[in-house]
Design a protein around this ligand. Structure first.
Ligand code: GDG
Length: 483
């Protein structure tokens, strides 16, 4: 029986070493949910890094990891600390991530890291090739594995290969500066179907293919000597029911079921019914526009002083890539800004910003989403932004306003949100005021349309559509061979 092999940098598992004992917990992230049915189907497997380096594992632990991972229908790619330093923290996060998010000034072009990136993509290919059989389908994910489609295609030309990029694809003018632009495009073009979150990313990619590789592009198809590659947009959705139902259950909680955080949020609401909460949740990443948002909030408090003591910004920033210098700098800058604004505006009974630098369990995310009247999401660039969608899904009481950066892929499907340019403080401040004063009927009208759309285009649907499009490229190839 043919199977589907999913490949991503990390496996959808949390593997922890506790006094030489292994703890394996399947992760519940959006991607894992979306791909659940693809992964569960028949002999499907998921290939990726376990999160533990070779140096952390002796032979005994290595075989324990192998068994534990296998039980979850996964296969681990073994990586050394040097691989992680140069391929992951290095090339992926210091070159591709900033370049693809238009942060040229943060982009490093290091030959050694490029070599590590190639080497690790080959390690992934080896594991895939060990498990692949004729007729199988492979779905490769994200910017860490741009070379993998070709590495598989060269060895197994009859395999159907799909690739999905979770981050933006930059415009040609940015991409052309990249020293290894041909190799990377060539790697991606090993796929039969290439998927992006938005039509713009797709267009940018096709433009680079045309101008750098000099290939013929017809609408959304690329003609190669031996086959045709399809390129399309598949905006990723969320597990709508999970968020919506969790929020509904949350409405019916009695006091004893409430979390400490929820009690604190309730105290805040009860102490002054007019005070509103404005929420932001992101990984601590310079693409997410965190300092911009804080400065815009400061500007808002200065421009509209009547909101002092009436609004609080709750900011959850989840630690991420904290070994990379730019992320350290961002953390320092955020700490300073929050300190300055709280110091400047706080009164005996009010602190303008509640700032959490940590990750929280799912239940607390629901506490935050359901307690906040406004979500303020202001990335400078973002492939999609699932937080914006999750906020909408949890607004079960018919109220809530989303203020969203037009630089997030999600903005393309969320016209009923209040869209802003994240670099325009004045616009953010004015829009925040509009959001806080929006009549309830208008909030409901917008929410209703957004919710209907998100429910229909869930993450499961996203995965289904990608897979059926990939299957149709396979059928097309088969009929062209027999023709
Ligand atoms: C990349 C692209 C694209 C956040 N804090 C906590 C927590 N989260 C969850 C959210 C959400 C996810 O993490 C974040 O997803 P985003 O899409 O907002 O952002 P990235 O991590 O940058 O993801 C992005 C995405 O890939 C998918 O293609 O949308 O553009 O950059 O689901 O709920 N979850 C828990 N605790 C937290 O503290 N449990």
């Amino acid at each position: 029986m043919n199977k589907t092999i999913i490949v991503s940098n990390r496996l959808p598992l949390q593997i922890k070493l506790n006094n030489d004992k292994l703890e394996v917990v399947p992760s519940v992230g959006g991607l894992a949910t979306g791909l659940k049915s693809v992964h569960a189907d028949g002999n499907g497997i998921w290939i990726g890094w376990s999160g533990l380096t070779e140096e952390e594992l002796d032979d005994n632990l290595k075989s324990l990891v192998k068994q534990a991972v296998k039980k979850e229908k996964c296969e681990a790619v073994s990586l050394t600390q040097d691989d992680i330093d140069n391929y992951y923290l290095g090339f992926s996060n210091k070159t591709l991530w900033p370049l693809f998010h238009y942060f040229m000034e943060y982009t490093e072009f290091e030959h050694e890291q490029w070599q590590a990136y190639k080497r690790v993509n080959e390690k992934f290919a080896e594991v895939v090739l060990e498990h692949i059989e004729d007729g199988d389908t492979v779905w490769v994910h994200d910017y860490q594995l741009l070379l993998l489609p070709k590495l598989i295609k060269d060895k197994k030309p009859n395999t159907s290969i799909g690739f999905f990029l979770h981050i933006p694809f930059p415009s040609y003018e940015i991409f052309r500066t990249f020293p290894w632009r041909e190799e990377v495009l060539d790697g991606m073009l090993g796929a039969d179907l290439l998927g992006f979150h938005t039509y713009d990313y797709e267009r940018h990619f096709l433009s680079s293919v045309k101008r750098i590789m000099r290939l013929e592009v017809n609408f959304n198809e690329i003609s190669m000597a031996d086959r045709t590659i399809k390129v399309d947009s598949f905006p990723m959705g969320i597990d709508y029911n999970k968020f919506h139902n969790a929020a509904l259950a949350h409405l019916n909680q009695d006091e004893s079921q409430k979390s400490e955080l929820q009690k604190r949020l309730d105290d805040h609401i009860q102490s002054d019914a007019d005070t509103k909460l404005v929420l932001s949740i992101d990984r601590m990443d310079y693409t997410k526009g965190i300092p911009n948002r804080i400065r815009a909030f400061e500007y808002f408090l200065n421009k509209y002083p009547e909101f002092k003591e009436k609004v609080r910004l709750i900011m959850l920033a989840v630690p991420s890539r904290s070994d990379v210098p730019q992320y350290k700098k961002l953390k320092r800058e955020t700490d300073e800004l929050v300190g300055r604004i709280n110091g400047q505006f706080a009164t005996v009974s009010w602190t303008p910003i509640w700032y959490y630098y940590r990750s929280m369990p799912f239940e607390n995310l629901i506490d935050l989403y359901t307690s906040s009247q406004v979500a303020l999401i202001t990335p400078i660039r973002d492939g999609m932004n699932l937080v914006a969608k999750e906020y909408i899904a949890t607004r079960t009481n018919g109220h809530g306003v989303l203020v969203l950066s037009e630089m997030a892929g999600a903005s393309k499907e969320m016209n009923e949100a209040l869209l802003i340019n994240p670099n325009n403080f004045e616009q953010i401040a004015d829009t925040l005021k509009i959001a806080l004063e929006m009549p309830e009927a208008e909030q409901s009208r917008r929410l209703h349309i957004l919710q209907k759309r998100l429910k229909r285009y869930s993450v499961e649907k996203w995965a289904d559509e990608f897979m059926s499009s990939l299957n149709s490229t396979k059928k097309y190839r088969e009929t062209s061979i027999t023709r």
